[in-house]
Design a protein around this ligand. Structure first.
Ligand code: AMP
Ligand code: MG
Length: 391
C-alpha cells in the first residue's frame, strides 16, 4: 500500500498533456488554453463616451453657462468633429470623443434650448470619458497557458477579435462497470441484485471535467468477457473500471489487465474510502480501477482520476477548489488511512452528512464538500478547516 501523495505524484508523472488543437472560441468553453494569449488591442481602443450627453470643455461649464451644439457624434463611425471654446457636440454612449473635448456632461444635467445647451453645474475634467487602454493595454497577458476558458474569457477573446484559439485536447474515456450482482436501472431486480449506479456517476463526473465518456460497458465477474470488453476499451485514451479491483476471488480486473499486457503501476493506496484503487497502463491507454462501492468510486475519481484527466487536457490547476469552513462537530480519524468525510458546506459551515461507510449513497448525494482527516487527526467543533468542493 502506498500513500495517497505518492500515488498522486506517480500518476501525474506518467501523464503527458495531449497535443493541442485549434477551436472556435465557443467550442473552447471549459477547455484549457494551450498557450499564453496577449491583448492585440488596447481596450477601449479609442477614447469614447460613457454616457448619452454632450462632449464639452470642462472649464467652459459652470451653472448657467450656454454652449452651442456644433454637431452630433453617434457610436460606430468617427465624424472627426472638434469642440472649440463655448461649443459642445451631441454624443452617445460608445461614440469616439471629438477633438478638443475633455469631458462629457450627461443629457440629464443640461437643458437643451434649440442649438444650445444650458449647463446645470460644474463638470469635472475627464468625466464620463472611457480613456483608451484604461481597461487593458496592448500586449497585456489576457489568458494564461493552462487556464480554463470560462464564459467571460470568451467575451474577452471576442472583444479582442479572436475567432479561434489553441486549447488542450479533450479526453475520451471508456467506462466499464463489473459485477455479477449488478442490474441495469430500468430492469427488474432479481433477489440479490442491485442497480448499477457507478457508470452514470462516472459519466457525470467526467462531464464535470469536460471529458467525454465515449463508451459505457457492463461486464459480469468473468475473465473472458472482461478481457473482450477491455480489448475494445483500451483504444481510448482512458479506461475507468469500477469494481473487481479488491482481493476476493471474483475481483478479476488486475489479473485480466495483466493477461492482456497491462503494466500495473499502483494497486492499493492509503485512502479511505478507496483502498483497492488501481492505476496502470496498456500501450498509450491509461487505466484506472476504482473500488465498486459508490463512495469509493466517487472519492478516488476526485482524488486521482480528475487531476490526471485535467493534466491530459492541459490544465495547470489540478486541485479541487478549497474553501475555509467552520466544522460543526468533533471528528477523529482512528483508521490507518486518511479519511475523506463527505459533508455539506453551507453558510461557511461544514457538517458531515449521512453514513460515512463506502457503500452509503444517500449521504453522498447530500454532500457538496470533502474534509480530509489525516491519520490520527482529531478536530473539534468550531475548528476552522479547509474543505474541497466539487459542486
Ligand atoms: P467490488 O469493488 O467489486 O468488490 O464491489 C464493492 C461493492 O460495491 C459491492 O457491494 C458491489 O455490489 C458494489 N458495486 C460494485 N460496482 C457497482 C456499481 N457499478 N454500482 C453500484 N454498486 C456497485
Ligand atoms: Mg465486484
Amino acid at each position: 500500500m502506498i500513500s495517497e501523495e505518492e500515488a498522486r505524484s506517480k500518476i501525474l508523472e506518467t501523464i503527458r498533456p495531449l497535443p493541442a488543437r485549434r477551436l472556435t472560441i465557443l467550442q473552447a468553453l471549459d477547455c484549457f488554453a494551450a498557450e499564453d494569449y496577449a491583448a492585440r488591442l488596447p481596450l477601449p481602443n479609442f477614447d469614447n463616451s460613457a454616457m448619452d450627453g454632450y462632449a464639452v470643455i470642462a472649464r467652459d461649464c459652470r451653472s448657467g453657462a450656454r454652449l452651442r451644439v456644433v454637431g452630433e457624434q453617434p457610436a460606430g463611425l468617427d465624424r472627426q468633429l472638434r469642440v472649440l471654446a463655448g461649443q459642445a457636440v451631441r454624443i452617445f454612449t460608445g461614440a469616439p470623443m471629438p477633438a478638443g473635448a475633455d469631458a462629457v456632461v450627461m443629457q440629464e444635467d443640461v437643458t437643451r434650448d434649440e442649438d444650445e445647451i444650458v449647463v446645470n453645474g460644474d463638470v469635472d475634467l475627464g468625466q464620463f470619458i472611457r480613456q483608451r487602454g484604461c481597461d487593458l493595454s496592448e500586449g497585456q497577458k489576457i489568458l494564461e497557458k493552462g487556464a480554463r476558458i470560462r464564459a467571460a474569457t470568451l467575451g474577452l477573446l471576442a472583444s479582442q477579435g479572436f475567432t479561434e484559439i489553441s486549447v488542450g485536447r479533450g479526453v475520451s474515456a471508456s467506462i466499464i462497470s463489473t459485477g455479477d450482482e449488478l442490474a441495469r436501472p430500468g430492469d427488474k431486480l432479481k433477489l440479490g441484485q442491485i442497480y448499477e449506479s457507478n457508470s452514470i456517476l462516472l459519466q457525470a463526473l467526467l462531464q464535470r471535467c469536460a471529458a467525454l465518456a465515449v463508451s459505457v460497458e457492463h461486464c459480469g465477474d468473468d475473465a473472458d468477457s472482461l478481457g473482450k470488453v477491455l480489448a475494445a476499451a483500451i483504444k481510448n485514451q482512458v479506461v475507468i473500471i469500477s469494481g473487481g479491483v479488491s482481493v476476493g476471488e471474483h475481483d478479476l480486473v488486475q489479473k485480466v489487465l495483466r493477461s492482456i499486457g497491462a503494466k500495473i503501476d499502483i494497486w492499493r493506496v492509503a485512502i479511505k474510502p478507496g483502498k483497492p484503487f488501481l492505476f496502470g497502463r496498456i500501450g498509450e491507454c491509461i487505466v484506472f480501477g476504482l473500488p465498486g462501492n459508490p463512495a469509493s468510486t466517487f472519492v478516488t475519481f476526485l482524488q486521482f482520476v480528475r487531476p490526471a484527466i485535467l493534466k491530459m487536457m492541459g490544465a495547470s490547476d489540478l486541485d479541487l477548489p478549497k474553501v475555509r469552513a467552520r466544522l460543526i462537530v468533533d471528528l477523529t480519524n482512528e483508521s490507518d488511512r486518511p479519511h475523506y468525510i463527505r459533508g455539506k458546506l453551507q453558510g461557511g459551515k461544514f457538517s458531515p452528512v449521512g453514513r460515512q461507510e463506502s457503500h452509503a449513497v444517500f449521504g453522498l448525494s447530500q454532500a457538496n464538500a470533502l474534509l480530509r482527516l489525516a491519520v490520527g487527526e482529531s478536530l473539534k467543533g468550531d475548528d476552522i478547516v479547509d474543505v474541497q468542493v466539487w459542486d
